[in-house]
Design a protein around this ligand. Structure first.
Ligand SMILES: [Zn+2]
Ligand SMILES: [Zn+2]
Length: 416
């Protein structure tokens, strides 16, 4: 029997609890993007990278590397060592996980190995309480934007902006790379940004054809930063930091299968304290393998609130997954919880792409208001392949959170 429709009202209904997250999963809050002292500094707070030619050209001996390392960073020390960054993120930032992501075209193999060693040590020290991840930020903003490659064993040597080489050669030759994140999507406000959109994440490498880009990128990319930064904020103020959902919806409409995340992109000593924005991920535990697999399976959301947790599913398929169905009416449910704000009120906006990939971007098809708990709706979908997701806004402070989509695939011969 269908439960009653909930016209415009969201209620905390315990009897619908079956729709919530599986009991073995817990919501963890972290960041998929951060820098540390290997790269950060400058007298006026500017971002300055000072790679010594002798360490950039070949692998130094351990002694040479240590000396070059000290020389290089003697005057640049601002951000803390990788080990300090991870300790800070755990103890002061209260993050469950943090990825240290060095700029790949500026990093030496020794520096990358240093970050990997620090992460391994942190994972032994904080086992079960904190997860350190390692990544690299590849490419440049002007050549198509940055992506974060998490978990690779070596530095990506594809030239900046050569996305076809990244998707077509480098990533396929490294099946061990678990997660790729599209960083800080363009805001498309000015003329420059509009021109950059034509190169975004490699679109220009595929003749501007989003289908071709999606075919090449989808086997390899998993997440997109809906919230980024404040990259160059120096404060430990946990100041409110707003997201850029347009970039998320633009990629979804191009057919790119990405789930939302928040990357704090710290360049100073404020991992977890620069803002309350977090990547939420549903994991069994805090081992690196488990956190990476939650990110890879797109079991994520992005939130501007430190501990607002969202779980979405459609016909039993969890967010980040694919529902294969011919039905044009789909039952979706959303769980909202926030441990320290149990009385908060929320607006829930259900978002659907009503005409499938390309055409118009996804839009709000239903809005509700209520308190934390669970809500179920029946959503009308097009015959074409599509996706649905939820955007939640906290009433008082206007903090937002966005879930991963559930993608809807149509069996052959049923439209689309
Ligand atoms: Zn970046
Ligand atoms: Zn960065």
């Amino acid at each position: 029997m269908r439960p009653p429709r909930l016209p415009g009202i969201l209620l905390a209904i315990a009897s619908l609890a079956a729709a919530g997250p599986p009991p073995e999963l817990r919501c963890r809050f972290g960041s998929t993007h951060a820098h540390c002292w290997l790269e950060t500094g400058g007298d006026d707070g500017g971002f300055r990278v000072d790679v010594q030619p002798e360490t950039a050209k070949r692998e130094p001996s351990a002694g040479e590397a240590r000396r070059a390392f000290r020389r290089k960073h003697r005057d640049l020390y601002r951000g803390g060592t990788p080990a300090e960054a991870l300790r800070y993120a755990h103890e002061k930032g209260r993050l469950d996980f943090l990825a240290l992501t060095i700029h790949s075209h500026m990093a030496t193999p020794f520096e990358y190995a240093t970050i990997r060693d620090a992460a391994e040590a942190a994972n032994r020290r904080y086992e079960g309480a904190f997860c350190a991840l390692v990544g690299q930020e590849w490419s440049t903003i002007s050549s198509g934007n940055h992506v974060n490659i998490l978990g690779a064993t070596d530095i990506c040597d594809s030239p900046n902006g050569r996305y076809a080489a990244l998707y077509g050669r480098w990533l396929p030759s490294r099946p061990e790379v678990p997660v790729v994140v599209l960083n800080h999507p363009f805001r498309a406000q000015g003329e420059l940004d509009r021109r950059l959109l034509e190169t975004e994440y490699g679109l220009d490498d595929y003749g501007g054809d989003p289908h071709a880009l999606a075919r090449a990128a989808n086997p390899h990319v998993h997440l997109i930063e809906v919230v980024t930064g404040p990259a160059f904020g120096r404060l430990e103020s946990r100041r409110r930091w707003r997201g850029n959902p347009d970039g998320y919806f633009r990629q979804l409409n191009r057919g790119i299968r990405v789930a939302p995340c928040a990357g704090s992109d710290n360049h100073y000593q404020n991992w977890g304290t620069s803002s309350p924005a977090r990547t939420g991920a549903w994991t069994r535990d805090l081992s690196p393998a488990e956190v990476l697999s939650a990110l890879r399976e797109r079991r994520t959301f992005a939130t501007e609130d430190e501990n607002l947790a969202l779980w979405l599913e459609a016909e039993g398929i969890p967010m980040g997954g694919v529902l294969a169905t011919a039905a044009t009416r789909v039952r979706a449910s959303l769980s909202i919880s926030d441990g320290d704000e149990p009385r908060a009120r929320y607006q829930v906006r259900w978002i659907v792409d009503a005409d499938g990939v390309l055409g118009d971007e996804a839009r709000v098809v239903r809005e509700m208001e209520g308190v934390a708990g669970e809500v179920t709706v029946d959503l009308d979908l097009p015959h074409a392949p599509s996706y649905l997701l939820a955007h939640v806004v906290q009433a008082r402070d206007r903090d937002s959170a966005w879930t991963a989509p559930v993608w809807i695939e149509r069996p052959a011969g049923t439209g689309g």
